[in-house]
Write a protein that binds this ligand. Structure first.
Ligand SMILES: [Zn+2]
Length: 310
């Protein structure tokens, strides 16, 4: 296996949450031990929650140390009143970031010393809603960090320098084209905004009736939750009566992973609107009239989501 193979694991993990992380970039991370065994794979899932590196580290420590995962679940239940049904539920939940990060730092036990991380984007250097990923990886004494794309965001860049100061070998530009493609929606959203165009069609081109699975519908509704507007044709409104809301979004795992009130009380930096997806405003357009059309300010700065069928 070469660097490209492991970076591809990180890229695939990140794409599962593409655009759902806005205004943050989609990022993935794969963590390997000295012999090349995959210890953990993680992705950034939602702004305000753990970054990909911390999620990969958490997944690895859960598998490596039974006491780590047991104690974490107990303390989490005591602090937030939330219990997880099994290890998979714990790993996939949106965990309270500060608590989880501190728990990792206090309880990693040197288990990831000498490990190697493959990260699609240069680990962040700054402390925002979550602590710096570069500092986390340095603290864990990794031996090598392989990076897909350089972070050009002035606020977050500089992670590689922190890693090198921590004695970690850093390699850049592995699968850089794919890593930059992954980050493109993030840069577009910052600069000029963009539209999703959703077309539901069968392989033979039919667009009528219910097309797609529940999984696909949930993903679409999750995407709506990060959009400002959904544009829909007048004929679709008349024929289908779509509700155009976010009812199928799976973000309810947030409330299962952390009591909303407790979470806000413990970490005021997590804004309430981050906890539940909000249905976008609706723009109805037809041949002669347009209702609730976004103004020119919106079209320059925000993103829009357009689709045919609910
Ligand atoms: Zn980070």
């Amino acid at each position: 296996m070469n660097d490209e193979f492991y970076m591809d694991l990180a890229l695939r993990a990140a794409w599962r949450y593409q655009a759902l992380t806005l205004p943050n970039p989609a990022v993935g991370c794969a963590l390997l031990d000295k012999s090349g065994r995959v210890l953990g794979i993680g992705a950034h899932k939602k702004a305000g929650f753990l970054h990909a590196e911390a999620n990969a580290v958490f997944a690895a420590l859960c598998d490596l140390d039974a006491n780590f995962v047991q104690d974490f679940a107990c303390e989490y239940a005591r602090k937030f009143g939330v219990k997880f049904q099994n290890l998979e539920a714990l790993k996939s939940a949106l965990l309270q970031p500060s608590f989880t990060y501190d728990f990792i730092l206090n309880r990693h036990g040197g288990l990831l010393r000498g490990a190697c991380a493959y990260v699609t984007l240069e680990p962040c250097a700054h402390r925002g809603k979550t602590p710096s990923c570069a500092e986390l990886l340095a603290e864990l004494s990794l031996s090598r960090v392989v990076i897909g794309a350089r972070d050009t965001n002035a606020q977050a860049a500089g992670g590689a320098e922190i890693l090198r100061r921590g004695g970690i070998e850093v390699k850049f530009d592995v699968c850089s084209a794919a890593a930059e493609e992954l980050a493109e929606p993030f840069y577009l959203a910052r600069e000029s905004g963009f539209c999703f165009i959703k077309i539901n069609a069968t392989l033979n081109g039919a667009v009528h009736g219910r097309i797609g699975s529940e999984k696909q519908r949930a993903f679409v509704h999750e995407l709506r939750g990060v959009c400002d507007y959904v544009g829909v044709g007048g004929q679709t409104v008349r024929a289908d009566r779509p509700t155009l809301d976010v009812r199928a979004a799976k973000f309810d795992e947030i409330s299962a992973s952390a009591g909303r009130a407790d979470m806000l009380a413990l970490d005021a930096r997590v804004a309430p609107q981050n906890l539940k997806p909000r249905a976008p405003d609706v723009w109805i357009y037809s041949r002669r009239n347009s209702y609730n059309k976004p103004n020119s300010n919106f079209t320059r700065k925000r993103k829009m989501y357009s689709e045919c069928v609910c």
